[in-house]
Design a protein around this ligand. Structure first.
Ligand code: NDP
Ligand code: 8X3
Length: 251
């Protein structure tokens, strides 16, 4: 029987690449995100590689909707083996003393509370079955703050703490927890950060070859396909000319 993976934020970037990598490698996948049309298009594509795909459109900030989606899963989709908590992003790059309240709430509600809600809904089944893997998409931004990163960096530090905390809380089971911490990945991330300013977003990747969603999906797959006794706790994955969240060499 094929394993089941649920990927949040599978409509774009890293999440979409993870869903594709898992589908290509023998998983049936539940793909989630807010944009139903994107989910439908990606589901159709993933089915061509032989995977069964279930698309669930909901906002991870909406606990009622998330609960209804998970509690309403058809029987054959209930035993989730891999949860990739990926949905999230950065909104704004202002100094902390000038930040936008709405952006702060969006980041905290999505990157921390959304991830927690999905964990709370799915991990009890993993504990009961004594098997499963939670992959949280953290960031190099969670290791150290950079200028303007303030709240985003804090949410990714929280992802590290929540990953470490969960790993402790499931240590008596075979459930594994991995925190993947990417550096610069060219996705829709910077367009979101700059509220749709594509030109400014493109500038983030000028003079450096950034990572791709596929690069990150490879590391997610490495972690989930490790032997049962091996728990990949963290992976920090940077572009070659990037040394940290704030040290980037550009040509
Ligand atoms: P994208 O903007 O390309 O993708 C973000 C994904 O998150 C989309 O699928 C979006 O789907 C989903 N999403 C956002 N808000 C919500 C929500 N409220 N409810 C449900 N889904 C939501 O960016 P990335 O692929 O780069 O980002 C994915 C993750 O990787 C994020 O957690 C980000 O912080 C992290 N990351 C990114 C890095 C980068 O440089 N790109 C580096 C390190 C970490 P939809 O709009 O359909 O809801
Ligand atoms: C995304 C990577 O360095 O732009 O988390 O914050 S960074």
């Amino acid at each position: 029987m094929k394993k089941i993976a649920l990927v949040t934020g599978a409509t774009s970037g890293i999440g979409e690449a993870c869903a594709r990598k898992l589908a290509e490698n023998g998983y049936n996948v539940i793909i989630t995100g807010r944009r139903a049309d994107r989910l439908d298009a990606i589901a159709a594509e993933l089915r061509t590689v032989g995977a069964q795909v279930l698309a669930l459109a909901f906002d991870v900030r909406d606990r009622e909707a998330a609960t209804a989606a998970i509690e309403g899963l058809p029987d054959e989709w209930r035993e989730i083996d891999v949860l990739v908590n990926n949905a999230g992003g950065a909104w704004g790059l202002e100094p902390e003393y000038e930040g936008n309240y709405e952006d702060w709430d969006t980041m905290i509600d999505t990157n921390i509370k959304g991830l927690l809600t999905m964990t709370r809904l799915i991990v009890p089944g993993m504990v009961e079955r004594d098997r499963g893997h939670v992959v949280n998409i953290g960031s190099v931004a969670g290791d150290a703050a950079y200028g303007g990163g303030n709240v985003y960096c804090a949410t990714k530090s929280a992802v590290k703490a929540l990953s470490d905390g969960l790993r402790i809380d499931v240590a008596h089971t075979k459930v594994r927890v991995t925190n993947i911490k990417p550096g610069l990945v060219e996705t829709n991330f910077s367009v979101t950060r700059f509220h749709g300013d594509k030109e400014r977003a493109d500038g983030v990747y000028k003079g450096i070859k950034p990572l791709t969603g596929k690069d990150i999906a490879e590391s997610v797959y490495y972690a989930v396909s490790a032997p049962e006794h091996v728990q990949v706790a963290e992976i920090l994955i940077l572009a070659t000319h990037q040394a940290s969240g704030s040290v980037i060499f550009r040509k």
